[in-house]
Design a protein around this ligand. Structure first.
Ligand code: NOJ
Ligand code: CA
Length: 559
């Protein structure tokens, strides 16, 4: 049974206010010592997550996969990769999590399969125009001998988005589309069979008790039927993301029909199942994905990408709250995930907004970054709606920027001809305990799949647990207060007057959050009690890069 919030807003489903903890399973905890995180490791750490106080876990893809893209190349959607465990272990994990009051959200990857998925292997064996090829996006090439790709689309990981196949008779053949790695062929969502298959996959896992799905590349499933050129220069590796209006393969209107049918399926299950969209779309288009009959929530990448800057953050907060309220969806907030540099490092730079992993932002001041990360955590957790945290946020982990080249596994590294290192630096296995690697990630003597920095000795969960002022204890206190304080239930916020650089808002007449992003200390109001601060106050003053939660005030005394 899920834990009951002390002041539960019983009318609202859990996902409207949930704190969801992202488990990048490969790097969370390794139960059998092969260096790869797994279900056994996750099960052993469920009590830790319960104690942390999260409402749910979102587990990155754990399905059988050749791991060309960290499991986002799925070979079989109804099973578990042997390196992570078995289907029965997964079922036991779901039951155990539920027993502890923690819900379980899986990652569904509908835009593409692995090139080792049976469907793709069948498509390669079948002739052009066959029903097997129609599950994917196969086209003849351009030019007299078909040797040029069908259009100019680029892969998100670099290089072109098309790969030419060799036909079964040995001749050079058609091309297939892959918006990501060549090992991730895009499915054809105009195919009824593809739609039916994914509806069946959703039911398969809903039947096993999962509480929801994070929808990978939710904005990419439908392509313009004519597959027109995007018209961007060859070297525009990531630029296509920035040119989204009327884009031929991002955010096509017909994608919403898919989510309406998914929502109907979720609604047939008891217990408020959830969909959360990974949709990289323009801010004014995001609410379309979370209309009442579509997905429930969406990640707030505008918040994640925003600089540590009061004006930018306030604008994003206002825009998110207002535009989502129009369609009746709660906002969500997120600071880090497995695709972006960890925010401790990001906030330690001069340029604090999220950059792709390829941008050299200069050296990071990790002490400053951690201070801001802690302040950002309290700011985020005080906002109405739901919040996503990435494993290791609660330990204040930094991005590992000096991984040796031979350790890099992100397909971006190869596809960019070794110019973009990719996302491995935020995927380094967690430090749990002890004074050297594997830091309790796996049994003593085991070798984690990515090397851990020696400095993480100071950041292990064991070191921080019970240590006043540690980042882990800050998160524990914050999550506990979120559950206990009635002020956190409201779905609105009210901005308060504050000097430049200070963000101050009220969640209820008795609950306030004050974040100081200026370079001067800010005097907190006297008649308010301090519930929690991200760093120490100095003589009643809130220092720069610090957030406070306040309780009481005049209203409480009047009551
Ligand atoms: C988004 C995922 O978060 C990312 O890790 C993955 O590479 C792409 N989708 C492709 O599935
Ligand atoms: Ca393992």
């Amino acid at each position: 049974m899920p834990r009951t919030r002390i002041y539960e807003n019983t009318a609202a489903p859990w996902w409207r206010t949930a704190v969801v903890y992202q488990v990048y399973i490969r790097s969370f905890a390794d139960g059998n010592g092969d260096g790869i995180g797994d279900i056994a490791g996750l099960r052993a750490r469920l009590p830790y997550l319960r104690e942390l106080g999260v409402d749910a876990v979102w587990i990155n893809p754990w399905y059988p996969s050749p791991m060309a893209d960290g499991g986002y190349d799925v070979a079989d959607y109804r099973s578990i990769d042997p390196s992570f465990g078995t289907l029965s272990e997964a079922e036991e994990m779901i039951a155990e999590a539920h027993g502890l009051g923690v819900r379980v959200v899986l990652d569904i990857v509908p835009n593409h399969t692995s090139n080792q998925h049976n469907w793709f292997l069948e498509a390669l064996e079948a002739p052009p125009g066959s029903p097997e090829r129609d599950r994917y996006v196969f086209r003849d090439g351009r030019g007299p001998d078909g040797s040029s790709p069908p259009n100019d689309w680029r892969s998100r990981f670099g290089g072109r988005a098309w790969t030419r196949v060799t036909e079964p008779d040995g001749t050079p053949g058609q091309w297939y589309l892959h918006l990501f790695a060549a090992e991730q062929p895009d499915l054809n969502w105009a195919s009824r069979e593809v739609r039916a298959e994914f509806e069946s996959i959703l039911r398969f896992w809903f039947d096993r008790g999962v509480d929801g799905f994070r929808v990978d590349v939710a904005h990419g499933l439908i392509k313009h039927p004519d597959l027109p050129d995007v018209g961007l220069p060859e070297d525009a590796l990531f630029d296509q993301e920035r040119h989204r209006a009327n884009h031929p393969h991002w955010d096509q209107d017909d994608v919403h029909e898919i989510y309406r049918s998914w929502r109907k399926i979720a609604d047939t299950y008891a217990g408020d199942r959830l969909f959360v969209a990974e949709a990289h779309v323009a801010e004014d288009r995001l609410p379309l994905y979370v209309r009442q009959d579509e997905l429930h929530t969406a990640f707030n990448f505008s918040f994640l990408k925003a600089a540590w800057d009061h004006e930018e953050l306030r604008a994003v907060i206002d825009q998110s709250v207002t535009s989502l309220a129009e369609v009746g969806a709660p906002p969500t907030w997120v600071l880090s995930n497995h695709d972006v540099p960890r925010h401790v490092t990001r906030y330690g730079r001069k340029i604090t907004h999220t950059r792709e992993h390829d941008v050299d932002g200069g050296p990071a001041d990790l002490e400053l970054g951690l201070r801001r990360a802690r302040a950002a955590a309290l700011l985020m957790l005080a906002l109405p709606g739901g919040a996503y945290m990435y494993q290791g946020d609660e330990l204040g982990l930094n991005e590992v920027e000096d991984l040796p080249e031979e350790a890099l596994r992100d397909p971006t590294w190869e596809r960019s001809a070794h110019t973009v290192r990719g996302r491995d630096g935020c995927r380094v296995p967690l430090p749990w305990s002890g004074s050297d690697s594997p830091f309790g990630f796996g049994p003593r003597g085991s070798k984690p799949w990515l090397p851990q920095p020696a400095e993480w000795e100071a950041l292990t969960a064991q070191t921080q647990s019970g240590t006043p002022g540690s980042t882990l204890e800050l998160y524990r206190s914050a999550l506990r207060l979120r559950q206990e304080q009635p002020g956190f239930v409201s779905e609105t916020l009210r901005w308060l007057d504050a000097p430049r650089g200070v963000l101050a808002f009220e969640r209820s007449p008795v609950l306030r959050c004050v974040a100081n992003l200026s370079d001067k200390p800010f005097a907190l109001p006297r008649n308010w009690g301090v519930l929690l601060t991200s760093d120490r106050l100095t003589g009643g003053q809130l220092p720069p890069d610090t957030t406070a939660w306040l309780w009481g005030g005049g209203a409480a005394r009047r009551a």
